[in-house]
Design a protein around this ligand. Sequence first.
Ligand SMILES: [Mn+2]
Length: 349
Amino acid sequence: MKLSFRWFGDNDHVSLDYIRQIPSMHSIVTAVYDVKPGEVWPEESLQHIKSQCEKYGLVFDVVESIPVSEDIKLGTAKRDHHIDVYCENIRRCAKYGVKVIAYNFMPIFDWTRTQLDKKAPDGSTSLVMYWDQLNGLDPMVDDIQLPGWDASYTHEEIRKLFRAYAKLGEEGLWQNVEYFLKRIIPVAEECGVTMALHPDDPPYHIFGLPRIITNEAHLDRYLSIVDSPVNSLALCTGSLGSAPFNDIPHLVRKYAEMGRIAFMHIRNVKILEDTSFEECAHLSSCGSLDMFEIVKALVDNNYQGYVRPDHGRMIWGETGRPGYGLYDRALGAAYICGLFEACEKMKRG
Ligand SMILES: [Mn+2]
């Protein structure tokens, strides 16, 4: 596996200078963040990221994400133009050395939590989602400002989008996925890039929005739309794993065996009695997922793709982007490397 780390560019409070000190660190996962979905990424921006990474002995070869515009997801009149732009962005990323591009198909919001700084008994803080903080809110009535939601929408724009998705429904969204995949996968094949779909986070309907990448049947359906090795997954253990119906070691084993995982987001999550959840440290003992079984499933299948420690807690007084501090993600990286070393040595016997 190739160890990687997410970096939000020059404004990230975690510098490349520090990231390179994490043992075994190889790749930087980032994106061009100052361009709207549906617009072309300037080559100068890609060149800048590439040279910054090289300066610190790191490789810029994973993009997370090229966002899929709401027009593509909804299938509006602007869709074809946005898909043309998307294909151009794939080509440009490839030109600057990118091998894997992560993306997702979640309507309107990339992820949902109800609090970003929930304090644990040890004083660390993390992201949580509590159903009792979410239930009772109605985006059609209330002007909801959940953490992580795009604040650039007005309440009226949000309501318009919700109405459009209600009309589209799940099958409509699947049709738009199919239309998109059939256009982009041949382009990715052409330029040697693997597209890696990130599952919905969390894997539930949120406020009645259609969410279609939430379980094994959905992943199977997605991969079968275009049966190509470059139509692949960014398998996020914490996103899928926040629902008790997803057996993560089984999913990792199955899709690794099929050669359809390009990118692993490895993190643990603690599921509560009512299926609310709290993000926690990476160790198996800290949450609900068996991290050893997850890594073993990868090693047994000779996984050669990218791995990154996903969200971490905020510890040791660090401040910055919630989930994306240096310290706890670095601890996660070291733990993940330990699991890989142990599984690889056991495999060799
Ligand atoms: Mn993830």
